[in-house]
Design a protein around this ligand. Structure first.
Ligand code: DLL
Length: 431
């Protein structure tokens, strides 16, 4: 098997990787300390980092640090050296703003080339990039990576679903980049237009920007006739290209020469041993314009011990199943949307479109799960619907430990997404 030349760092012997990481960590910590007021204040008396475990002595950064210093307060480079800004809108208030120097953009392109190469894409591929272009990092991040790979890029951006399907078909597209929920929408709309995506040359999807489960992957791979790869990233750290699955589809390789991962206990902030599940903390090892030390992502995962079949020495993390802040507490019980997705998709007759609605009735939490079912089931006699309803209700109760109201709805009832799907509606605190 031949590898892309840019992928060489993916295979570095461990000692070399550690030496490279330590060298970069020393430089980035020094840079943050000397150039950014917030770090200077938090790192009083800083006298260098002498070993990788000493990273644990550095302070954490959080999303509120980005908000509190809005817009340019964390920049470590003068604005003349900043060649790009991106922003991500939070759920509340001001967006967070991130900056890139020319070198930062080169690093981003480099990790994206390696990401595409890891899932088997080459210069021969025709890549439809349906991540949104603009302040969102998905579009431009994937764009420059795909171009530098030498592939043919179609910068279609998100939305305009019918045109996406026409292009997919007419341009012999071999790979698509978008959120997994948008790909579901494309599959469905294509079906309505008489196009079976599984019959097209499309062979790979590079899906990320939102959580999705292995059960969702299985559905997508079968109906799309493709291999669906999970790509992870976040605006604060760079955008897409922090980690990606390889062809083994067994965890996401972290581009550790640029992003140093730690797993901590989200409650105590203490580092956890390899293999333990906790919050992912990332340090940007080579960022110039906006270095972040020990950024708390809120994403929950675990580092996977042991080597990968693909031969990469880059450490792997499990797919992000949840965030530390997406836990719903329903009648005192902790519920994660990903548990619901897995339970629903394990039952035959469901479609991968669902919504979770929380309300409060006389002081008691109520959880309703709306799930679409195939038109065959929906139009079948009441018996089939009832049977499915009961199976789903039992599956949910078994997984969650509490009862949920299940409402079966026909195909196309639930709002489709063109970017990140919104599936949880918590109306408990509405008057
Ligand atoms: O979503 C960057 C990106 C674009 C990643 C395209 C992959 C593909 P943000 O909008 O800042 O950046 O959102 C980052 O989205 O902290 C995770 O909670 C979630 N997320 C991103 N990728 C995945 C994934 C982009 N593969 C936040 N699985 C992150 C689960 C993901 N969650």
């Amino acid at each position: 098997m031949s590898f892309h030349p840019a992928s060489a760092p993916d295979f570095l012997p461990r000692e070399q990787m550690n030496a490279l990481q330590l060298d970069r960590l020393q430089k980035v910590a020094q840079r943050a300390y000397t150039k950014v007021e917030l770090f200077r204040d938090r790192m009083r008396g800083f006298d260098g980092v002498h070993s990788l475990p000493e990273i644990a002595d550095l302070p954490f950064t959080t999303k509120s640090d980005l908000r509190d210093t809005y817009p340019f307060g964390l920049f470590a480079s003068p604005i003349e050296q900043v060649v790009r800004l991106h922003a991500s809108s939070g759920t509340t208030g001001k967006p967070i703003v991130v900056a890139y120097t020319k070198e930062d953009l080169d690093v981003w392109t480099n990790v994206m080339v390696r990401a595409f190469a890891a899932c088997g894409l080459t210069r021969g591929d025709i890549i439809q990039n349906a991540y949104g272009y603009g302040l969102f990092t998905g579009g431009l991040g994937a764009h420059y990576g795909a171009e530098a790979l030498g592939a043919t890029v179609i910068p279609i951006s998100g939305g305009n679903t019918e045109r996406q399907i026409m292009v997919l078909k007419d341009f012999n597209v071999t790979a698509i980049c978008c959120t997994p929920s948008y790909f579901l929408h494309l599959l469905e709309r294509a079906g309505e237009m008489g196009v079976n995506i599984a019959d097209l040359p499309l062979r790979a999807g590079i899906f990320g920007a939102e959580p999705w489960t292995d059960s969702m992957r299985a559905r997508i791979q079968v109906s799309g006739g493709i291999r669906a790869y999970d790509i992870y990233g976040l605006t604060e750290i760079i955008g897409p290209g922090v980690a990606i699955e390889c062809e083994a589809q067994d965890g996401l390789h972290i581009f550790e020469d640029h992003f140093y991962p730690e797993i901590i206990d989200p409650d105590t902030g203490q580092p956890l041993p390899e293999g333990a599940e906790g919050e992912l903390v990332l340090t940007t090892l080579s960022k110039q314009a906006m270095p972040l030390l020990r950024y708390r992502t809120r994403d929950i995962t675990a580092l996977i011990p042991g080597p990968c079949r693909c031969g990469r020495t880059l450490r792997r993390m499990r797919r992000i199943g949840r965030r530390s802040d997406d836990m719903l507490i329903v009648r005192g019980v902790n519920v994660f949307p990903s548990q619901i997705e897995t339970a629903l998709l394990a039952v035959e007759g469901t479609l991968p479109h669902y919504q979770i609605v929380l309300t409060r009735d006389k002081g008691l939490d109520q959880m309703e799960v709306l799930v679409e079912v195939t038109s065959e089931v929906f139009s079948d006699k009441v018996g089939a619907l009832e049977g499915l309803h009961d199976r789903l209700a039992a599956a949910l109760e078994h997984t969650l430990g509490i009862r949920a109201h299940v409402r079966l709805v026909g195909p196309q009832t639930i709002q489709r997404s063109e970017g990140k799907a919104k599936r949880v509606f918590d109306r408990r605190n509405l008057a």
